[in-house]
Write a protein that binds this ligand. Structure first.
Ligand code: HEC
Ligand code: HEC
Length: 360
């Protein structure tokens, strides 16, 4: 694994958060566990409250932020809370919509506060509990760390953290929820982030037609999707990078999208020129729900993505050797699309456990 500067680097290629703020954040959720523990009312982790899809391993979580039902409940409400943005216009869900597997279909970029556009496409938030690095360039090392970025980013929610905690403390419902989750009715930025991360850890999705067929729990996949599965791990070798139960190797690759990368991708974090134009391999679960595709949403359809891979991509000194002309026929492209579409968990995209909570 290459060294990362983590949150000390701006994840979208713009240095907009004051370094002092980032230092404070770094002191929050410390993966090494050297920071003082969070005093939760219910310190016993109850991971059974996050039902694991068939075949999924237990979810990892930071030692100082075990998931609890109360944190998840608070995090869910915060996720849909427009009060997290300076002018109360934007919530996390504005850019991460459940019907799109918590991505923002169908736009390449999304409007944040004051009509600012995001610099990258808003990705799905399904199954991020397992992701060791967040953002397309891997700039954040935990969900706790990640959530601090959109809240403070002047292009997204532009919220002052003290103003945020004052705002939450003024609402009796939040005082109750914070007390239940953390044993303290006053919000802190750290407990806001911890609750958001706990909710996100609960967003597990693994009940697609493909899974149900594989686990002998549902009807057979179409012949076409089954031929597509064979192509995926055969002639097209997609599984070389989109591997494992989430269809991602969690690594960074240059897929030959550009001869000259406008977005430095992973190189923006590591400073290593060879990382230029390398991006995190996204999971392909629910991929049909979250167009457009790639870090900048340049491809509007899955067909366009497959056409790109089939062409072998553009020449770039660091293009991954696996990106080469594939020679897929029209029928094979149809089969590969059918396979990708079979990875859609429609129940997840409609599960009321993840929807906006009812207003009390
Ligand atoms: C204005 C739109 C916008 C808002 C508001 C927003 N996001 Fe995002 N989110 C994005 C974009 C765009 C990215 C991709 C950025 C990148 O990869 O550099 C992203 C990335 C993420 C990721 C990383 C996903 C991955 O696969 O690595 C997580 C987690 C996330 N957002 C959670 C949140 C949470 C929690 C909130 C609310 C506190 C939030 N987002 C608010 C647009 C938004
Ligand atoms: C060399 C590794 C590699 C191979 C091989 C590969 N991919 Fe990818 N794939 C990636 C990376 C990295 C990205 C993210 C690129 C970006 O964001 O610019 C990606 C993105 C995608 C996306 C868009 C995901 C999203 O959320 O926007 C789809 C769909 C996809 N790949 C499908 C495939 C298919 C189908 C194949 C086989 C034909 C394939 N990939 C082969 C690494 C790979």
């Amino acid at each position: 694994m290459l060294p990362t500067r983590g949150i000390f680097a701006w994840p979208r290629g713009q240095a907009l958060v004051a370094p002092a703020t980032l230092l404070l954040l770094a002191a929050c959720f410390d993966p090494g566990g050297t920071s003082s523990p969070v005093h939760s009312k219910d310190p016993v982790p109850d991971t059974s409250l996050i039902p694991l899809p068939h075949g999924f391993p237990k979810i990892p979580y930071p030692a100082d932020n075990p998931p609890t039902a109360a944190k998840i409940e608070l995090g869910r409400r915060l996720f849909y809370e427009t009060g997290l943005s300076r002018d109360r216009s934007i919530s996390c869900a504005t850019c991460h919509r459940q019907e799109g597997s918590f991505a923002d279909p169908p736009k390449p970029f999304t409007f944040g506060i004051d009509g600012h556009l995001t610099g990258r496409n808003s990705p799905s938030l399904a199954n991020l509990a397992y992701a060791p690095l967040l953002f397309a360039d891997g700039a954040a090392m935990s969900l706790e760390e990640q959530a601090a970025v959109p809240i403070q980013n002047p292009l997204e929610m532009d919220m002052d953290t003290n103003a945020l905690t004052r705002r939450l403390d003024a609402v009796p419902l939040y005082r109750n929820l914070f007390r239940n989750a953390w044993g303290d009715s006053s919000a802190s930025f750290r407990t806001v982030l911890g609750a958001l991360a706990s909710f996100e850890r609960s967003l597990l999705s693994g009940a697609s037609p493909y899974d149900r067929w594989k686990n002998a729990e549902g009807p057979a996949l179409s012949e076409s999707a089954r031929r597509g599965e064979t192509l995926f791990s055969g002639k097209a070798a997609c599984n070389e990078c989109h591997s494992g139960f989430l269809f991602t190797d969690r690594a960074f690759h240059n897929t030959g999208l550009d001869t000259l990368s406008l977005d430095p991708g992973r190189a923006g974090i590591t400073g290593i020129p060879l990382d230029s134009g390398r991006f995190k391999t996204p999971s392909l679960r629910n991929i049909a729900l979250s167009p457009p595709y790639m870090h900048d949403g340049r491809f509007l359809t899955l067909r366009k993505v497959i056409d790109h891979y089939n062409s072998g991509g553009l020449p770039h000194p660091d293009r991954d050797p696996l990106i080469r002309p594939l020679g897929l026929t029209e029928a094979e492209i149809t089969d590969l699309s059918a396979f990708l579409e079979s990875l859609t968990d429609t129940a997840f995209a409609a599960d009321t456990a993840f929807s906006a909570p009812a207003t009390p």
